[in-house]
Design a protein around this ligand. Structure first.
Ligand code: NAG
Ligand code: NAG
Ligand code: NAG
Ligand code: NAG
Ligand code: NAG
Ligand code: NAG
Ligand code: NAG
Ligand code: NAG
Ligand code: NAG
Ligand code: NAG
Ligand code: NAG
Ligand code: NAG
Length: 672
C-alpha cells in the first residue's frame, strides 16, 4: 500500500507516466498473445507423441475443426479425425509462422499459420500434408480471476494446399490448380497492430508491484531464451561448433566450468570442456561445411518457460520444440531425414542467458531414398517428452533471486513490456510478408507494399533495392502486372520460421533474421521441391502505433532439392566456368535505387550480385546481422560473414533508421 501511494505521487509528478492499470492491461495482452502461440505449439508437440485425445482436449467444449469442407465437433470425433486414416508410428504436425490477432476485449484471438504434417505407419504407408490454418481462440472463464483463464481453440480451420505420399512427394491438393487465396483474418494495417483498437481497461485485478515486475521479466527472459534457441539452430546448420560452445557460456570452450549435459538419445551423453564438441562432431560431423554437405536443422514450435529458480537458486528456463533436420553429404552419397524434438535448459548468469542442458530426441532417422515409411534406421526414442506449461500466467516459482531486476519506476516497466510486445509485433509483420508473397499478384502487391513503412526499402530478388513504399509497390507491379491471378498451377511458399529478433532499448524498432523455407508444389507427381534462404529485416513502429517493415533483404538460395525423387543430393554442381545468370530484366524495366552488383562483397556469389554464381551443392557465404548472443563473437570461418544492421545501409547510409529517429537495435549481447 505504501508503495502504491508512493507510485501515485510519482505519477502526478509526471504527466506521461503510465498508470498501473494500463501497464497491467498491456502486460496481459502480450501474455495472451503468447498463450495463444504456446497453446498452438503444444498442439503440434503432442502430435509427436500421437496423443490425439490430449490434442482434442485443447479445443473448447464448443470447439470445431474444419478440414477443407468437412466440419467436426465434439472431443471424441475430433480425436478420431486427428488420428486420421493411417495408424501412425511417426507423426509430426508443425504450425509455423504465426500471425496472431488479439481482439480488443482480450477474450478472443485469431491466428494464421503455415503447416506441415508428416506421418508414417512403420509398415510402408506414409502421408505428407501442407496447408494454411486460420484459427480462432477463446479465453475460457475457468475461474473468476481473468488472468488465470485458459485459452482454448474455438475454431481450427485448415485449408489443405498440397498432399502426397513419401515416394511421389506432395503435389497440389486434389491435383487441381489453386483458386482463391485462403481468406485473411487481418488487413495490412492490422498485421502490424499490437492489439485491435477499441479496447478498454476492464481488468480490475490488482497486482502487487513485485508480481507485475516478475511477469514482465518473464516475457523479457523468454525473448532472450528463444533467440538463443533459434540462434543455436543456425549455428548447427553451418556446423559452427565454436559458436555453439560459446552459447554454453562459462568457458565451455575456453577453460572449463560448464556443468551441463549434452545428450543425443540412443547415441550418448557428454559434458564438460570438450564434451560438447565431441557430441556435435559425433552426431553431425566436423566443424564447417564443404561442397555437398547439408546440415539444416529446422526448428519449429519452440516454447520457452521460465522457472523462478533451479536448485542452485539461479534463474532457469526450459525450451522444447520440434526439429526437422535435412542431412546430406554428396561425397559419401548420404542423405537423411532426422525428425524429433529437443528439450533444453538455460541459466541466467550475471544478467546473461546461456545454454545449460541440451537433449536431442530423434523420433525417426531415415535414409532419404527409402524415407520413413518403414520406420527409419534408428532405435525407438527412450526420452520422455516434457511438455511445458502453455497456460503461462502465474507459473513462476517465487524465489529470492526473481525478479532479478526490480524497479518501481512505471516508465521503466512500460519500456520493458514494450520490448516484449515488439518481439511479437516484429514476428507478426515478418510472417504477414510471407503470407502475402505466397499468392502474390497485382492485387497482392498492394497488401505486400502496404506493410512497409512509407520510407522503407525492400530487395527484389536477383535485382536490387527499392526505397519508399510507393517504389516497392511499383517494382512489384512491374514484375506481376496490375491484375489478380484467378488460378495458379504451382506455388512456392515463403515460410519465415525460427526468427532471431533483436529489439531496441525503447521497443520501437527491431532487427529480425529468419529462415526462408520454401516448400514448392505443382500439379504433377514428383513436382514437390524444397529450398532454403535467409531474410535480414528491420521493422519500426510508425506514428500511428503500427509495425511496418523498414528494410527487407533476401539471401537465396543456400540449398535446394533438385526434385523430390533425388532430393538435395541430386543437384549437379555447376561447372567452374559457368557465369552468373545475372540480374532479372526488372533491372532495366524498372531500375532499382541500389543494384545488387553495387553491393560488392555482400552480394558476391548470389544471382544478380558480383562474382561467380555460387549455387548448391557449392557452399555460399552466409551472412549474420548479429554477433554471438553470449560471447559477442563475430561469425567466423570460410563461409560465414558479419553484416550488422540494415543490409543496404552500408552503401546507402541515408536509409538507416537512425536518420529518421529510431534507435538501431543491438547486434550483440546487452544487459537491459
Ligand atoms: C469445398 O467445396 C467446394 C465446392 O464444392 C470445392 O470447390 C472445393 O474444392 C472444396 N474444397 C476442398 C478443400 O475440398
Ligand atoms: C489400424 O489399426 C487397426 C487395429 O490394429 C486396424 O483395425 C485398422 O485396419 C488399421 N487401419 C489402417 C488404415 O491401417
Ligand atoms: C500481430 O498482429 C495482429 C493483427 O493482425 C495483432 O492483433 C497482434 O496483437 C499483433 N501482435 C503484436 C504483438 O503486434
Ligand atoms: C466470461 O466472463 C466475462 C466477464 O468476466 C463475461 O463477459 C462473459 O460473458 C463470460 N463468458 C462466458 C462464456 O461465461
Ligand atoms: C488484400 O487485403 C485485403 C484486406 O485484408 C483482402 O481482402 C484481400 O483479399 C487481400 N488481397 C490479396 C490479393 O492478398
Ligand atoms: C559475475 O560478475 C562478477 C562481477 O563482475 C564476477 O566476479 C563473477 O565471476 C561473474 N560470475 C559469472 C558466473 O560469470
Ligand atoms: C537492470 O535494469 C536497468 C534499467 O532499469 C539496467 O540499466 C541494468 O543493466 C539492469 N541490470 C541487470 C543486471 O540486468
Ligand atoms: C541438467 O541435467 C542434469 C542431468 O540430467 C539435471 O540433474 C539438472 O537438473 C539439469 N539442469 C537443469 C538446469 O535443467
Ligand atoms: C540409403 O539408400 C541407398 C539406396 O537404397 C543405399 O545405396 C544407401 O546405402 C543407403 N544409405 C544408408 C546410410 O543406409
Ligand atoms: C524511469 O525510467 C525511465 C525509462 O527507463 C528513465 O528514463 C527515467 O529516468 C526513470 N526515472 C527515474 C526517476 O529513475
Ligand atoms: C499498372 O497500372 C498503372 C495505372 O493504372 C499503369 O500506369 C501501369 O503502367 C500499370 N503497370 C503494369 C505493369 O501494367
Ligand atoms: C500420381 O500419384 C498418385 C498418388 O500416388 C497416383 O495415384 C497417380 O496415379 C500418379 N499419377 C501419375 C500421372 O503418375
Amino acid at each position: 500500500m505504501k508503495l502504491l501511494l508512493l507510485l501515485t505521487s510519482a505519477l502526478m509528478a509526471m504527466a506521461t507516466t503510465p498508470s498501473l492499470a494500463s501497464l497491467s492491461l498491456s502486460l496481459s495482452q502480450t501474455e495472451s498473445l503468447r498463450a495463444i502461440k504456446d497453446l498452438t505449439s503444444t498442439f503440434a508437440q503432442l502430435s509427436q507423441s500421437r496423443d490425439y485425445p490430449a490434442m482434442a482436449a485443447l479445443f473448447s467444449p464448443s470447439g470445431i475443426l474444419h478440414f477443407g469442407n468437412t466440419s467436426i465437433t465434439g472431443t471424441q470425433k475430433i480425436t478420431s479425425f486427428l488420428k486420421g486414416n493411417i495408424n501412425s508410428t511417426l507423426d509430426t504436425l508443425i504450425f509455423a509462422t504465426p500471425l496472431i490477432n488479439l481482439a480488443a476485449d482480450g477474450r478472443s484471438g485469431r491466428g494464421r499459420y503455415n503447416s506441415w504434417r508428416f506421418q508414417g505407419d512403420g509398415k510402408g504407408a506414409t502421408k505428407l500434408q501442407g496447408g494454411i490454418y486460420e484459427n480462432e481462440y477463446h479465453l475460457m472463464n475457468t475461474t473468476k480471476d481473468d488472468a488465470k483463464g485458459e485459452w482454448k481453440v474455438e475454431v481450427m480451420r485448415y485449408y489443405p494446399l498440397y498432399e502426397g505420399n513419401y515416394e511421389d512427394g506432395w503435389r497440389n491438393y486434389g491435383g487441381r490448380d489453386f483458386g482463391a487465396v485462403p481468406p485473411f483474418h487481418y488487413t495490412p494495417d492490422e498485421a502490424g497492430l499490437p492489439v485491435l483498437p477499441g479496447g478498454e481497461i476492464v481488468e480490475t485485478r490488482e497486482e502487487g508491484m513485485e508480481e507485475l515486475t516478475s511477469r514482465i521479466e518473464v516475457l523479457n527472459d523468454e525473448d532472450e531464451v528463444k533467440n538463443l534457441q533459434h540462434a543455436y539452430g543456425y549455428y548447427l546448420d553451418r556446423r559452427m561448433w565454436t559458436d555453439v560452445e560459446d552459447l554454453l557460456g562459462d568457458g565451455a570452450g575456453a577453460g572449463g566450468g560448464w556443468g551441463g549435459v549434452f545428450t543425443v538419445n540412443n547415441v550418448g551423453s557428454w559434458s564438460g570442456k570438450g564434451g560438447v564438441r565431441k557430441a556435435l562432431e559425433r552426431w553431425m560431423g566436423p566443424e564447417g561445411l564443404k561442397q555437398g554437405v547439408l546440415n539444416e536443422h529446422l526448428i519449429f514450435n519452440t516454447i520457452v518457460s521460465v522457472r523462478g529458480s533451479g536448485g542452485s537458486g539461479e534463474i532457469i528456463a526450459d525450451s522444447r520444440g520440434i526439429e526437422v533436420a535435412l542431412i546430406g553429404d554428396r561425397a559419401t552419397s548420404r542423405a537423411e531425414w532426422r525428425i524429433g524434438f529437443f528439450q533444453n535448459s538455460f541459466v541466467k548468469r550475471n544478467g546473461t542467458w546461456q545454454f545449460f542442458n541440451i537433449t536431442i530426441a530423434p523420433l525417426v532417422v531415415a535414409n532419404y531414398s527409402t524415407g520413413w515409411g518403414k520406420g527409419g534406421t534408428f532405435p525407438k526414442s527412450t526420452i520422455t517428452p516434457q511438455l511445458l506449461a502453455y497456460s503461462r500466467m502465474h507459473t513462476i516459482t517465487p524465489s529470492p533471486t526473481f525478479p532479478s531486476n526490480t524497479t518501481t519506476n512505471l516508465t521503466e516497466l512500460e519500456r520493458r513490456i514494450r520490448r516484449s510486445a515488439a518481439y511479437d509485433g516484429a514476428e507478426n509483420i515478418s510472417n504477414a510478408y510471407g503470407f502475402y508473397i505466397d499468392f502474390i499478384d497485382g492485387a497482392g502487391c498492394f497488401n505486400m507494399s502496404a506493410i512497409h513503412h512509407t520510407l522503407g526499402h525492400k530487395e527484389s530478388p536477383f535485382t536490387g533495392f527499392y526505397q519508399t513504399q510507393k517504389r516497392v509497390l511499383d517494382a512489384c507491379t512491374a514484375s506481376y502486372g496490375n491484375s489478380s491471378i484467378q488460378s495458379r498451377s504451382s506455388i512456392s511458399f515463403h515460410w519465415r520460421p525460427q526468427p532471431v529478433i533483436l529489439i531496441s532499448s525503447d521497443g520501437r524498432s527491431a532487427s529480425l533474421r529468419a529462415r526462408l523455407l520454401q516448400p514448392a508444389t505443382a500439379r504433377g507427381n514428383n513436382s514437390a521441391q524444397i529450398r532454403g534462404g535467409m531474410y535480414h529485416d528491420q521493422m519500426v513502429l510508425d506514428a500511428s502505433g503500427i509495425w511496418r517493415l523498414w528494410s527487407v533483404t533476401i539471401d537465396e538460395f543456400y540449398w535446394n532439392s533438385g526434385n523430390w525423387g533425388t532430393g538435395w543430393n541430386g543437384v549437379t554442381p555447376r561447372a567452374a566456368n559457368v557465369s552468373n545468370p545475372g540480374p532479372r530484366d526488372l533491372t532495366k524495366q524498372f531500375p532499382p535505387d541500389l543494384i545488387l552488383t553495387g553491393m560488392g562483397e555482400r552480394e558476391r556469389g548470389f544471382q544478380g550480385g558480383t562474382g561467380r554464381f555460387t549455387a548448391w551443392p557449392d557452399i555460399q557465404k552466409m551472412w549474420f546481422m548479429y554477433r554471438n548472443p553470449v560471447s559477442g563473437r563475430e561469425p567466423g570461418g570460410q563461409y560465414n560473414g558479419y553484416w550488422p544492421g540494415c543490409v543496404p545501409c552500408q552503401h546507402r547510409p541515408e536509409w538507416r533508421m537512425e536518420k529518421f529517429g529510431w534507435e538501431e537495435p543491438p547486434t550483440g549481447p546487452v544487459m537491459w
